[in-house]
Structures are given as C-alpha cells and as structure tokens.
Design a protein around this ligand. Structure first.
Ligand code: BES
Ligand code: MN
Ligand code: ZN
Length: 514
C-alpha cells in the first residue's frame, strides 16, 4: 500500500513526481483551493486563469495536469476538482470530507506509476487529513496478484507496466500533532484492512475456497490478538448448522463458519457483525444463466467486510467487543447439492423448505445470525450481497439498510453517510412474511418476487434472537464495481460496508450508539 506521511515541507522545494492541488467551483469559474497558495504564487497568482484556459471548472471528478512553475523541483501539478467551495460566510465550513476523499482518490489513481506525490489539498483539521489519507490509500489500490508470470511477477512493476503510487506526502498537516497523527494512523489501519477485503473479493473463486478464506482469517486474527474459532464441515454437522451445510453440500470445497472475537478489556458494549461468505454463487441446482454468474466471486463481500472491520477495530484498539461471524460456503450444483424441494433443519431448530437454491445467502446467514444471537450482543449487523432486487431498487452504488428497530436503522444509515458510503433505509413490510409460508416446513426460502430484497430481510429476521437489535445491509449493488473506476473506487471489489462497520464500532465504543 502507498506509504502516507505528514509533511511540513513547502511545495517549491519538494522532491516529488507531482504536486496535487484542489480546485473549487466558484461562481466566476475555477478557484484555487486553500493549501495551494505557494503553487499559485509561483504562477504569479494566475493559476485560476490558467486552469480555466485548460477547461477546468472545479467540478468533482475533474482532473487537469499542467507543468509545474519554474523553480519547482517537482515537474508536474495535478489539479483535482472539489466541487462548490464551502460557504464563505461560515468560518467553520470546510470542504466536504467526501469531496476531499474522492479528489484525493482520483489523483492517486492518475498517478499510478509515480514514485512520490505531494498532496497540497485544503486541510483544516484532522477530519480533512483522514479523508484525504483514505482517498489516497483507497484510490491507489490495484489488484495485480494474477498479472504477469514467472519470477518477475513478484515485482509489481513487471506485472502491468505500472505500480501503484508508492509514497504520498500530505502537506498542511502537523506531523507532531497527536490528532493529525491519529487521523493518519486510523486511515492506514482502516484502508489496509479494506484493501485486503478488496483483494479477497477480487481473488478468483478457484483459489479462494471457504477453507482458504478461513485460513487467512485465522492468520490475521493471530497477528492482531483476536480470538478465532473455525468450524469445519465435521464440526458444522456436529453442531447442527443445516443452513450452511445445505448450501455448501454441492461443492467439493467444504463450508466453514469462522468466529472472530475482539475484546477490549474495558469494553462496555458488544457488537456482532455477520457476513455472507459465498465464495462462488453459481445458483446451485437453480443454476444462474450465463451472463449472471461471471462476477459471482463477489458473493463473499459481506464476509470480507466483516473480517476487515473486526481486524480494523482491533488495530485501532477500540473500547468495545466486536464478534465477527463469517458464513463461508460455495454454492454449486452436484449430486450432493441441496435441491429445490429439500427441507433443511437450521441451527435455530426451524425448518426451511428450499424452493430456490439460488436464494442461498439467507440460508447461511440464518445459521450465523442464530449463532451470533446465542451470545446476546447489544446489536447485530449483517452484511450481504443478498438480492438482485436491491440493485434494481437502489442502483449499483447505494446499499439498503433494514432493521427490526427504526432508531437503529437510522443510526446505521447516518454512520454510513458520515463515512462516505451511500445507503438508504428500506422497510420490512409485515404483509410480505406470509409469502414465505411453506406447506411442509416452518418457512420457505422464497416469497413474493416483488420486493425481493425486503422478503430476504424478513427471512433473516426470523433467525435473530428475541429482543436483540439487528440491522441488515444488502450490499449487492455497491460490493462489486463492474463499471470503470471513479473517485477512490476501483473496478472490481470495492470493500463496501467496511467503513460503516468500523464507524459503528467507534460509535459504540464512545457510547454514542444504542
Ligand atoms: N448473490 C445473489 C444476489 C446478487 C445478485 C448479488 C447480483 C450481487 C449481484 C443471491 O444469492 C441471489 O442469487 N439472489 C436471488 C434470490 C432469488 C432467487 C429469491 C436473486 O436476487 O435473484
Ligand atoms: Mn444466489
Ligand atoms: Zn448469493
């Protein structure tokens, strides 16, 4: 990952490949954002005009490259749009954190192949430092583990010609200020884990089996002082985890349930995170048609997010207990696969008639939710690429938030928006429950087609212990970016929900949630 440092150096003397500055969208055209004063001065104060001549307006997503002014050690200036400048009448108003994150990410991505860049973006405190840091670390991400071949493939440069930006110096911060240093440390811990979640999502499903994922989680847990317990297929049989076993039964790669327990000695609250970890979703016997299965390696994104968030919480030493549950299985058709018509006895004791083997996520989550409930945590949050219906409802960048408690749903939604993850509250309409009535079992794994995302949420609710506050994040849309990269979001695995979960852990530690 890109090395991130705070620097008090002045832009002109900086030895770097580029200096990144911000451009705001002003009423009279582009305006050079605070932080770039020295750069503007070296252009004789004419930088805004130069940028306008080059077609820049200061809009978000805009990037303009220009030669650095005479006397600068760095050869290149990269100007990124920040959108409208904050209200001039309000002294406290800084640039929006998400605008800084996106601009820094865009610049970091454009600087692929560069060794070092200096970021002279508007910094008005630790919040801006953290946002710019996150934007850089997330925007510079590349998945190149499978590019190139042979010996040189260990050298990132040999893989696709260009390595990610190696070093970023953040100007305008105070290297000796505890809050500024803390903001950098937080960004590094969160983004390192988030980028690892992206790696897991991008890893091809022939390599990332449930057992391999469990092994990676075990190793990371050990490294960060997290207690870990892995139930393999034999242990799952012994424990009666019918949902996970049913889904995993069709694959030669056997399922796992991983429990990660992070406990701060002074923790007053306990959060449980539950992740859907289908390492590949073929649909099973209800096989997905071609065109619907090429990206289904991403179906473990929920488990990857939970894994990353628990490790990040441990690295940050948050004063809270966080238990992560990874429900890992591969959904494949075979002679031993669960059939439409089969009845599974779930870990909770309830029976489920499987009407569609492609509605597998709710089956593995049901067992993990019930397992999480046995510890009676203060709240449970599950994360899953659960339904195509949620994508139809909210598009590919926004996740849906459902809950059995309105205040908690609002709190989760707010936390998501705060960290720059678009989310939206969705209801759990009671009338949709009866669509899952089964003639042979306690319920079926399918209901009405309309409102399919909400039906899935209602199914999950059946497996949450009585009286436990619970929220469900359906990240089917934002988990995997099939389009081109934007802001700090790369193509492929995005690491959706990691930052929301970390924020929830922080809020809980501070006593500001539930
Ligand atoms: N993993 C899919 C949902 C999904 C679709 C995630 C597209 C990401 C992108 C899930 O297991 C699934 O197949 N859901 C079905 C449920 C249906 C059979 C009730 C769906 O949404 O079609
Ligand atoms: Mn499916
Ligand atoms: Zn699935």
């Amino acid at each position: 990952m890109t090395a991130l440092t705070l620097s008090t150096a002045a832009a002109p003397g900086l030895r770097a490949d580029a200096i990144v500055i911000g451009v705001a969208k002003g009423a009279q055209g582009p305006a050079v954002a605070p932080g770039a004063e020295a750069v503007d001065k070296a252009y004789d104060g004419k930088l805004a005009g130069i940028l306008e001549t080059l077609g820049a307006s200061g809009a978000e997503g805009e990037l303009t490259k220009l030669p650095a002014p005479a006397g600068f050690k760095a050869p290149l200036v990269v100007a990124v749009g920040l959108g409208p400048a904050p209200d001039a009448g309000d002294e406290d108003a800084g640039f929006d954190a998400e605008a800084l994150r996106k601009a820094a990410g865009l610049a970091a991505r454009a600087l692929t192949g560069a060794r070092k860049a200096a970021f002279a973006l508007p910094v008005d405190g630790p919040g801006a430092i953290g946002a710019i840091g996150e934007g850089i670390l997330l925007g510079a991400y590349a998945f190149d583990a499978y590019k190139g071949n042979g010996q040189e493939a260990t050298n990132a440069k040999a893989k696709n010609g260009k390595a990610p930006l190696a070093e970023a110096a953040l100007l305008g911060g105070k290297p000796r200020d505890a809050a500024h240093k803390g903001a950098v440390a937080r960004a590094v811990a969160v983004c390192e884990e988030l980028n690892r979640a992206r790696d897991l999502i991008n890893m091809p499903p022939n390599d990332l089996t449930p057992a391999v994922f469990a092994g990676i989680a075990q190793a990371a847990a050990k490294e960060h002082g997290i207690k870990v317990q892995v139930l393999d297929d034999k242990a799952l049989v012994k424990g009666g985890y019918g949902g996970i076993l049913g889904v995993g039964g069709g694959s030669a790669a056997t399922p796992r349930l991983v429990k990660l327990s992070y406990k701060h000695p002074k923790a007053a609250k306990h959060l449980a995170f539950v992740g859907k970890g289908i390492t590949y979703d073929s649909g099973g016997i209800s096989l997905k048609p071609a065109g619907h299965n090429e990206t289904m390696k991403c179906d473990m994104s929920g488990a990857a997010a939970v894994f990353a968030a628990v490790v990040a919480a441990a690295r940050l030493g948050l004063e809270v207990s966080v238990t992560g549950w990874l429900a890992l299985a591969e959904n494949m058709p075979s002679g031993s696969a669960v059939r439409p018509g089969d009845v599974l006895r779930m870990y909770s004791g309830k029976t489920v008639e499987v009407l569609n083997t492609d509605a597998e996520g709710r089956l593995v989550l049901a067992d993990a939710l019930w397992a999480a409930s046995q510890e009676n945590p203060d709240a449970i949050v599950d994360v899953a690429t659960l339904t195509g219906a949620m994508m139809l409802a909210l598009g590919s960048r926004t996740f849906g938030v459902m809950a059995n408690d309105d205040a908690f749903r609002s709190a989760v939604h707010e936390a998501a928006e705060e960290v720059g993850e678009p989310a939206w509250p969705m209801p759990l309409p009671e009338h949709l429950r009866k669509g899952m009535d089964s003639t042979v079992a306690d319920l079926a794994n399918m209901g009405e087609r309309m409102g399919g995302g909400l039906v899935a949420g209602l199914f999950l609710r059946e497996f949450v212990g009585d009286g436990i506050t619970w929220a469900h994040l359906d990240i089917a849309g934002p988990a995997f970016n099939e389009g081109g990269p934007f802001g700090y979001t790369p193509k492929g695995g995005t690491g959706s929900a990691v930052r929301t979960l970390v924020r929830l852990a922080e809020l809980t530690a501070a006593g500001d949630l539930g």
